[in-house]
Design a protein around this ligand. Structure first.
Ligand code: PLP
Length: 494
């Protein structure tokens, strides 16, 4: 399977290892497989008998053809082992009215990014070797919270790599800070920055573009890389859990083999929902994809009107992982539907004017598969409370946005298909706002919220989160925003 750019570069085709090693295509586009492999109902039926890592190895091997099945199985078994995903990687729970929740937050950081970031580092180190790269990779990450922790857990102790994470010392939640400061592993560094997230981000960009610094590192056998969310190696593992969820729904008798399901995804960067679209194109019986947004509803507007316009106010909400104005992976959808030339034109319009508009025909193509709903802060809180009281399930603020969207979609369309709602974080990860939703108040100190929520609901705090909360902070280094290169040198060379 060859990979090409959404904007037309790499016409001759790049290998999957090259796409994963490089991340971004030469023309600034994103890597996509040249064609979409197909599965039929027989294959789905056969996969139903397999474990999650076996399903993952099978599906990944259709896309990553320069990896052997055994390599992929080895990586999937290590990534999704029972000591990392408790009790299992992707349990499904039933809600009323033919709704099912796919819980993707049973991994080490209690949010769905673990599903990709547990396996991506393994695919990445293999990609380096397959491409003949002999140097060690230093992954640099600037984070406003969740990605940093998930990347640390993913790259922790992975041979041939080191990882260094920079976060704004006063710009992440207390819980997030504690999670990062207590991180264990012998190949990593966590640095607080005096500055905001943009300062941390700009600092990392500056280091990446510093040629002198790069050649100094090269002399020491090190090169810089990123764990970017647009890397194909982060996207393709997400296709797996949609097919796997369908297998599980079939096995449990929730659906018949071949029956269409609808899927609702709380969306930010459009990665998770796009992975579901790929599964649909592969032949998985998926009907509509409901794109759920919070108050930052640029995607709802886009799916409604065909106009993508980032010239708008940015809101900080209680579902911060969806507070996004540029959904990078949407580019992959534009490419699949309209081709690389049109995709490149739309992307350059977005760059120049901050907006673009589809034609009526193009919009119709988007709406064949997608429908958008947005949820405001009040509705998000009310949904958490209602689901807890009526269904005895504790959901987080992101999942709540999706549940609300799924309910409105089903009632607006008198939908009869089973609805799979994707649950992307443990309620304990956003315990303060979940408490606020349930009781109208939250503790002064963020760090007290999980225990208070636990006392109120009796729901167990996930083990990784409670051990982080009670753990001893070991990463306390703080650097000025202008001294981040010094932090890199100190980490690498002591
Ligand atoms: C990242 C994230 C999302 C958004 O997923 P995208 O792939 O960016 O659309 C939703 N919920 C949670 C909890 C997340 O961490």
């Amino acid at each position: 399977m060859n990979y090409i750019s959404t904007r037309g570069a790499h016409k001759e085709g790049a290998s999957s290892a090259y796409a994963i090693k490089t991340g971004l295509a030469a023309d600034g586009g994103l890597f996509m497989p040249e064609n979409i492999p197909q599965i039929d109902l027989e294959a789905i039926k056969d996969m139903s008998a397999l474990s999650y890592p076996e399903r993952a190895a099978k599906i990944l091997s259709m896309f990553l053809t320069d990896y052997s099945y055994d390599e992929l199985l080895c990586d999937a078994m290590a990534a999704y082992s029972a000591d990392k995903f408790i009790p299992s990687p992707t349990p499904i729970t039933e809600l009323s009215g033919r709704k099912y929740m796919l819980e993707l937050w049973h991994g080490p950081t209690c949010a769905f990014k673990d599903m990709a970031l547990q396996i991506m580092p393994r695919l990445f180190t293999r990609a380096l070797r397959k491409c003949g790269e002999e140097r060690e990779a230093l992954i640099l990450v600037a984070t406003s919270g969740d990605t940093g922790k998930a990347a640390l857990e993913g790259y922790k102790n992975v041979p041939g790599t080191k990882i260094q994470v920079f976060y704004p010392i006063d710009g992440v939640s207390q819980v997030q800070k504690k999670q990062m400061q207590t991180q264990e592993g012998d190949n990593l560094s966590v640095i607080g920055i005096c500055g905001n997230f943009d300062d941390a981000q700009n600092g990392v960009k500056r280091i990446f573009s510093d040629r002198e610094f790069a050649s100094k590192l090269d002399g020491e056998g090190v090169f810089l890389s990123s764990a970017n969310s647009i890397n194909w190696g982060r996207l393709v593992p997400q296709v797996v859990y949609y097919i796997s969820a369908y297998c599980d729904m079939y096995s449990s008798g929730a659906i018949q083999l071949g029956e269409e399901i609808d899927v609702c995804v709380p969306t930010g960067n459009f990665g998770n929902i796009f992975a579901c679209y790929i599964a649909k194109l592969m032949g998985l019986p998926v009907g509509k994809l409901v794109c759920a947004s919070n108050k930052n509803n640029i995607l709802t507007d886009f799916i409604e009107s065909g106009i993508y316009d980032r010239n708008r106010e940015f809101y900080t909400t209680m579902s911060p992982s969806m507070d996004i104005l540029i959904s990078s992976n949407l580019e992959r959808l534009l490419y699949l539907l309209f081709g690389s030339e049109r995709c490149a034109a739309l992307m350059s319009e977005l760059k120049e004017n901050g907006k673009y508009a589809l034609t009526a025909d193009e919009l119709r193509m988007v709406r064949e598969s997608f429908v958008g709903y947005c949820t405001d802060e009040n509705d998000c809180q009310a949904t958490i409370k209602r689901i807890f009281e009526n269904e005895k399930r504790l959901i987080d603020t992101h999942t709540s946005v999706a549940v609300s969207a799924a309910e409105r979609y089903m009632s607006d369309h008198e939908a009869r298909s089973a609805m799979l709602v994707v649950s992307t974080a443990s309620a304990y990860k956003f315990a303060g706002d979940v408490l606020l939703s349930l009781t109208g108040a939250k503790p002064e100190n963020d760090l007290d919220a999980p225990a208070t929520l636990n006392a109120l609901t009796g729901w167990q705090i996930p083990a990784p989160l409670s051990s982080a909360l009670s753990g001893k902070p070991i990463h306390l280094d703080v650097y000025d925003k202008d001294d981040m290169d010094k932090a890199v040198c100190s980490f690498l060379f002591g």
